[in-house]
Design a protein around this ligand. Structure first.
Ligand code: ITT
Length: 187
């Protein structure tokens, strides 16, 4: 069975990635010691740097997941600052920022970074478009899931299995797996 080291301190992310990859016959090993997060406007360089940093440190192939929620009416905020905003404002204050705002468009994005020791890092983005709800709904998922609405239900209302079929993370992982499969064909 193929094994992949996944660097994250986020339990919700780890559980989702483990479920998606185990269905594909890949075992995921969690590495909780993180990486220095670059201050960047985009998730790609953050994920690339993180994957390369830990891969060279552990001398193993590793993957990282850098994610965020991008709210159109807030010009893409919190985006790469989503962790900081979750910790310091939280969903209810994000909803307050949007009070009276009719344009609720938002998207979640995950960038999977993957790197093998001594090599250049690769990035695999995945996006899901939705809306910011008017109140928190549902107890599933984690982070911003209760306020992110997709086809009428929030990710908090969907349940893990349903979220994993359509999420930004799933889409990014699918691209990563396509690349991994193409590599094994070459070797
Ligand atoms: P690691 O860097 O250790 O992986 P983190 O939680 O700091 O964990 P991110 O910077 O990528 O990771 O996360 C950005 C924020 O977005 C953070 O507050 C997450 O809880 C939230 N988030 C990420 N993916 C999410 C998802 O699928 N649903 C809801 N919130 C999510």
């Amino acid at each position: 069975m193929r094994k992949i080291v996944f660097v994250t301190g986020n339990k919700g992310k780890f559980a989702e990635v483990r479920d998606i990859l185990s269905a594909r016959g890949i075992e995921v090993i969690q590495e909780k010691n993180g990486y220095p997060e670059l201050q960047e406007e985009e998730l790609e360089p953050i994920a690339a740097y993180g994957a390369q940093y830990v891969s060279n440190k552990l001398n193993m192939p590793v993957m990282v997941d850098d994610s965020g929620i991008f709210i159109k009416a807030l010009n893409g905020f919190p985006g790469p600052y989503s962790r900081y905003v979750e910790d310091n404002l939280g969903n209810l204050k994000v909803l307050k920022l949007l009070e009276g705002e009719k344009d609720r468009a938002a998207y979640f994005k995950t960038v999977i970074g993957y790197c093998e020791p001594g090599k250049e890092p690769l990035v695999f983005p995945g996006v899901v478009e939705g809306k910011i709800a008017y109140e928190e709904r549902g107890t599933g998922g984690f982070g911003y899931d209760p306020i992110f609405e997709y086809h009428g239900k929030t990710f908090g209302e969907l349940g893990d299995a349903e979220k994993n079929k359509i999420s930004h993370r799933r889409r990014a992982i699918d691209k990563f797996l396509e690349w991994l499969d193409s590599q094994s064909l070459e070797n």
